[in-house]
Design a protein around this ligand. Structure first.
Ligand SMILES: O=C(O)CCC(=O)C(=O)O
Length: 244
């Protein structure tokens, strides 16, 4: 059901992605497809949280849990966009659903996405520390692995600055792993870009781009399907947990 994507509202621009570390795509997936995904993923999140009073902010492992997400992640228009942006063949390796609601309204401090999900622990130079999140093994790979990855954050609701939009520091993806002190200095000195997007739009970003988000100031959902893509297999027989 979810393999249709709209014509991109502006052409992919590898130069801008290289320079700024992100690109805003106003129309990537038809709104009706977003509505179907929003209903399915919201129900999945409710099912996972059960009667717990503490509502989670998201659901991991979606390339396995949702055939619709797995199909969408490999849809021709998304693949074509990413391949054009990177000049390589991109494949999905992890998908997470995030929502902010009055029951689960959270903020995220400035950070880079440094961890990847892998199938098994094989000690490999440059990989580590290792951790387990929701039962899935994660590790921090060398910077050259992260530098080649791309994340697509597909918006399933309209999202503006008052609704927990992601803020990014343009060009921060070029600095490798940034220390906590440097993150404080950079985010204190540089005006962030606020990624406001309509339903069906997407932010395409490098995982090393500094990003953060505020609590939502309104009671609507702010649903985002976050899909990570890689362009290369891992070394030393390490395997992406969810390579599609
Ligand atoms: O969706 C958000 O507001 C933040 C998500 C995030 O920080 C991340 O994907 O690393």
């Amino acid at each position: 059901m979810v393999n249709g994507t709209q014509k991109l509202s502006r052409p992919p621009n590898p130069v801008l992605l290289r320079q700024y570390g992100f690109q805003i795509i106003q129309k990537l997936v038809p709104p009706e497809t977003c509505d179907l995904l929003a209903v399915e993923l919201t129900a999945l999140m409710d099912q996972q949280s059960g009667h717990s009073r503490h509502k989670p902010g998201g659901v991991r492992n979606l390339l396995r849990l949702s055939p619709n997400v797995a199909v969408l992640a490999k849809a021709e228009s998304i693949s074509a966009l990413l391949d054009e942006l990177t000049g390589k063949t991109c494949f999905p390796v992890r998908a997470v659903f995030f929502d902010k609601t009055p029951d689960a309204n959270w903020s995220v401090p400035w950070h880079q996405d440094l961890a990847i999900a892998v199938a098994a622990r094989i000690e490999t130079p440059g990989f580590g520390p290792w951790s387990v999140k929701d039962g899935i093994l994660h590790t921090q790979p060398p910077m050259e692995v992260l530098e080649k990855m791309l994340t697509v954050r597909l918006h399933l609701d309209d999202c503006d600055a008052n609704n927990g939009a992601l803020k990014v520091i343009p060009s921060s993806h070029t600095r490798g792993e940034i220390s906590a002190e440097a993150i404080a200095a950079i985010t204190g000195a540089i005006q962030p870009f606020v990624c406001e997007l309509p339903k069906g739009g997407a932010l395409v970003m490098r995982p090393l781009l500094l990003h953060a988000s505020s609590r939502s100031g309104n009671p609507d959902h702010r649903r985002v399907l976050h899909i990570e893509y890689a362009t290369e297999e891992l070394p030393n027989n390490l395997k992406w947990f969810d390579r599609q």
